[in-house]
Design a protein around this ligand. Sequence first.
Ligand SMILES: [Cu+2]
Length: 254
Amino acid sequence: MRRRRLGTLALAALAVVWLFAAPAAAQSVNRDLFEQLNTQLLYVALPLTVFVEVILVYAVVRFRGNPDPKPTIADPPLEITWTAATAVILLFVGFSAYTVLATPYMSPAGSAAAAVENPETAPDDAVVVDVVAYQFGWEARYPAANVSTQGELVVPTDREVYLRLRSQDVIHSLFVPDWGIKQDVFPGQTTLVRTRVYEPGSYRIYCAELCGVGHSRMRATATAVPDSTYREWLDDHRNETGVTDAPRPANATA
Ligand SMILES: [Cu+2]
């Protein structure tokens, strides 16, 4: 019994250490925003959880085997306190989430979309890639060099990247977990993803919207390479379609 309790304690301690361990540097600005929000909310949720659990255990132990329990009576000050405290916590959670949601990386529609459509107003360092989803795969088109790739998305690091997503048939969803990106892709409509990737590497792309019998095969690779490598690669393939030799990042993991 004692050993089991020690085991549980050790597990709980491990979980806490794991939660608070410094996360590895985020791979993209979107991922960074998510992780910051998670950490922020964790600092509120964890003390609250401990507080509630301690009271629960105390009540169970302290009032166990009571043959004559007293009914709970009204306590207005206490009720006002916990209602107000809950409201403050919920406001904090809502405000934190909204500040992330309102960033141009999480909500890139509106002015950003218009800017990307118009070459004269597009940000100077912006990279625009058209991503076309279909049953069952992904095609990326790089309008700047009239190049296209199949099952492979190539972007430069440390530049603003805009992905204009379209679908040829049904609803799909572009999911790049390491970049903190998950965006639905619709037929007859363009949705915009905006990001900035920090870390060169190979990342997995999945379709996150059940789209037919080949849905599980709808995977692709997102490759991030330094800007110079990206430009060279584009120049080497000018006006080619279905390019398969995407540049390999030095520290490729996938
Ligand atoms: Cu799909």
